[in-house]
Design a protein. Structure first.
Length: 317
């Protein structure tokens, strides 16, 4: 019996050593099923310039017409489960800052406006930008996954959601199940003499809704924003920030989304990327097409970082 246990232990240790040897000096993104390709750690030569324009926020739309666009080809997400996406082929991005706030406009073709995600078979349209949290050098020798970051290499993500945008303009700031199921029935509302315990439970949102009790933005009826500020260190680690700094506004017309995302250049949050005029960093993007069932890892993505150059402030003499 003892010999069998020792033999199994030797086999197990041998397997572990073999696995460690196999993955030695290989770059893996946390949670991915396949090694990251070498070219994914080579930023593109094409870059986005965030132009300095000393304009007030109310002139944002006009400002974007004064800056050059960057068009990015997208593909399906093919590393982490659920694989998929790829229905959005290209996205156009423009950026500028006024010395205080940085603005990005993302535009892409989408034949349908998917702004409700109540039924299990409903999925929202969405778009996200991702930045390295720190100042980094990215190369095959100093790898940094352009998908969701890596261990000890965090990223900051700005995630705009079409249903959150819609809820900004609704009474109460939130869509309810009853808005989709107009004739829905529940025991509490129909029972003229409910048990007191049931009555108290029904009246207490924090007890009925675990999401509201936890304070998650997804369940919060008065979140007051359409963009979620998040961090990640690889697949499966996406985490919403306690302090939300990013705002946005999306419009769908003529089968096309146009989404503006903005935030102060500098914040006091250590989990936020900081933008200093004159500096350079990198960014990446992802798009979700609700009509195609895109959700979580099923999305259209770029698989390479793009350099981001922020123009210096030009002071008038």
């Amino acid at each position: 019996m003892l010999k069998k246990v020792l033999w199994k232990s030797v086999v197990l240790v041998s397997v572990v050593v073999a696995i460690l040897f196999y993955f030695n000096n290989r770059t893996l993104s946390q949670g991915s099923e396949e090694p990251v390709a070498k070219e994914e750690n080579i930023p593109t030569k094409e870059f986005l310039t965030v132009k300095y324009l000393p304009l007030e926020t109310k002139y944002v739309d006009k400002a974007f017409e004064q800056v050059d666009p960057l068009n990015i080809i997208l593909q399906k997400q093919d590393k982490a489960i659920p694989h998929g996406g790829g229905s959005i082929k290209e996205i156009e991005i423009r950026g500028f800052h006024n010395g205080e706030t940085i603005f990005f406009r993302l535009a892409w073709d989408d034949a349908t406006n998917d702004e409700r995600a109540i039924k299990p078979q409903q999925y929202r349209d969405a778009v996200a930008m991702m930045f390295p949290l720190d100042i980094v050098t990215i190369s095959p020798e100093t790898p940094f996954s352009p998908r969701m970051g890596d261990r000890a290499k965090p990223v900051n993500l700005w995630h705009w959601k079409a249903d959150w945008e819609k809820e900004l303009h609704l009474a109460g700031g939130y869509e309810h199940i009853e808005d989709e199921y107009l004739n829905m029935f529940d025991d509490f509302a129909s029972n003229p003499h409910p048990v007191k315990g049931h009555s108290d439970l029904y009246a207490s949102a924090s007890l009925v809704s675990g999401g509201r009790a936890s304070g998650t933005l997804l369940a919060k009826p008065d979140r007051g924003r359409s963009v979620e500020d998040l961090n990640a260190i690889g697949f499966g680690t996406l985490t919403s920030q306690v302090h939300q700094d990013v705002k946005g506004k999306g419009d769908w017309a003529d089968e096309k989304w146009s989404v503006v995302i903005y935030r102060p250049l500098i914040t006091s949050d250590k989990n936020d990327v900081q933008f200093v005029p004159g500096m350079g960093t990198f960014f990446n993007v992802a798009v979700w097409n609700g009509a195609q069932g895109d959700i979580n890892g099923q999305k259209s993505i770029s698989i390479r970082w793009r350099p981001l150059k922020i123009e210096r402030v030009k002071y008038q003499e």
